[in-house]
Write a protein that binds this ligand. Structure first.
Ligand code: SMG
Ligand code: MG
Length: 385
């Protein structure tokens, strides 16, 4: 079979006819609590979207969290939007190609994580039936990707050093420290002093500062960080551009970048010089690939973010991270950094890298028994007529 590339359709010109969509909620415990500037996650409440179509099935994972703390979207809300607003529009089409899903859903404003989960399932189904991997479809140029790890805010510095030391021993190529006012200069200084000077280090504030903290943030410059991720609130692009003039460390945006259009604006106004791409945050893998392309054209490096995904979302993220302009290690850590038991075969770190799945679609199989054991609710929405 000849490989097709974006934006051509991965399957037949007539697309996919979806007969039913199963919405599964699972609760999967994390191996350790993960604390950020906005809260603590102890388990992941995941919405899985399973489409059953004429040409086979596909899986999507919604990255919205249990509570609207990272973003305004949250799992219950995403499920409701999918059921009540997205699926009726998709079922109104007889056959629909994945490249048309975003257009059909465009009248619904926002809700990008919900849209991304549905589009991902569609994409997986179409690619599986075409026998093509997501990585090949998106234009991946590597067979494995370099991995970093995101380290939460800890109760004490010794605990932090312990966690970072363990991850470095496991082979992670880059450490990201979660920071917030009161947990920033000291932890970064200690990690820098304690470990070899060559380790790649960056911080993520999840919007916990204001522009009034610019001088304080500039004190991070001495630690030779790769970047500061999302220091200021999501909507404040101009404030980020002003901050970028005060700090030497490159500014990377996460929460702010909700689309290719916003990515273009942020780059052009100097609000960031690096972008964290999360497909869920931007409405799907096709939009994510567009952001990759526009950043490549402007020589802005990107890396793949994480939302504590299961193996389903991780498989697709690793495929995306194999595109050429993913120049920094991502938050695409191994399954055992998150879960004792993943819902797919585990992603295992080898020499600081994860292998890019090469099978059709997202390239991993969902372990039905494991999913059944974790399921908290299940609904099947069927096409009428
Ligand atoms: O998937 O390893 C992961 C988590 C990476 O730090 C991470 N994600 O802002 O980048 C970020 C956060 C968002 C989720 S925190 C619960
Ligand atoms: Mg972030």
């Amino acid at each position: 079979m000849t490989e097709l590339r974006r934006p051509t359709s991965p399957a037949t010109a007539s697309g996919l006819r979806v007969e039913a969509v199963e919405l599964r909620r699972i609760a999967i415990p994390l191996v350790a609590p993960f604390r950020t500037s906005f809260g603590v996650e102890r388990q992941r409440d995941v919405l899985l979207v399973h489409v059953l179509g004429n040409a086979g099935e596909g899986w999507g994972e919604c990255v919205a969290m249990e509570e609207p703390l990272y973003s305004s979207e949250y799992a219950d809300g995403a499920q409701r939007v999918i059921e009540e607003h997205l699926l009726p529009r998709l079922f109104a089409q007889d056959h629909l190609d994945v490249t048309d899903v975003a257009r059909v859903l465009a009248p619904i404003r926002g809700h990008r994580m919900a849209k991304a989960a549905v589009e991902m399932a569609w994409l997986d189904a179409q690619l599986r039936s075409a026998g093509q991997s997501l990585a090949a479809y998106l234009g991946a140029t590597r067979t494995s990707v370099e991995c970093g790890v995101s380290v939460g805010i800890m109760d004490s510095i010794p605990q932090l050093l312990d966690a970072v030391g363990t991850y470095l021993e496991q082979g992670y190529r880059r450490i990201k420290l979660k920071v917030e006012p009161g947990w920033d200069l000291e932890p970064v200084r200690t990690v820098r002093e304690h470990f070899p000077s060559g380790i790649l280090l960056q911080v993520d504030a999840n919007a916990a500062y204001t522009l009034a903290d610019a001088d304080h943030l500039a004190a991070l410059d001495q630690f030779d960080l790769l970047l500061i991720e999302q220091p200021l609130p999501q909507e404040e692009l101009l404030a980020h551009a002003k901050l970028a003039k005060v700090v030497r460390t490159p500014i990377c945006l996460d929460e702010s970048i909700v689309s290719a259009a916003v990515a273009t604006e942020a780059i052009e106004m100097g609000a960031c010089s690096v972008i964290n791409i999360k497909p869920g945050r931007v409405g799907g893998y096709l939009e994510a690939a567009q952001i990759h392309d526009l950043c490549l054209a402007r020589q802005v490096p990107v890396w793949c973010g994480g939302m504590l995904e299961t193996g389903v979302g991780r498989a697709a993220n690793v495929a995306l991270a194999a595109l050429p302009n993913f120049l920094l290690p991502g938050d695409t850590s191994a399954s055992d950094r998150y879960f004792r038991q993943d819902i797919t075969a585990p992603f295992i770190l080898e020499d600081g890298r994860l292998a890019v799945p090469s099978g059709p679609g997202i390239g991993v199989e969902v372990l039905r028994d494991v999913v059944d054991g974790l399921t908290t609710s299940r609904r099947v929405v069927r096409r009428v007529g």
